[in-house]
Design a protein around this ligand. Structure first.
Ligand SMILES: [Zn+2]
Length: 78
């Protein structure tokens, strides 16, 4: 039965693969119409917040979309 042998192969593959969390990257973009400003992406969320605050200070723009991206590094255990 080809179906069941496929399942076994998948289970073996999972045992030999490991997922490691890597850095989280923070980003922010201004939501004011047609502004288009974006903070420099950083692994330090506070640094992105500071950039948003200085953008608000310069422009009066006060709403931002913040993104937090997490990366997974998948490696084979061999
Ligand atoms: Zn703006």
């Amino acid at each position: 039965m080809p179906k069941s042998s496929e399942t076994v192969e998948t289970a073996e593959a999972i045992e030999t693969i490991e997922v490691r969390d890597a850095d989280v990257t923070f980003e922010a973009e201004c939501l004011t119409y047609e502004c288009g400003w974006q903070a420099t992406p950083s692994t330090d969320g506070a640094a992105v917040d500071v950039e948003c605050m200085s953008h608000t200070g310069r422009t009066g723009h006060g709403s931002f979309r913040r993104l937090c991206t997490s990366f997974a590094l998948v490696v084979r255990n061999e």
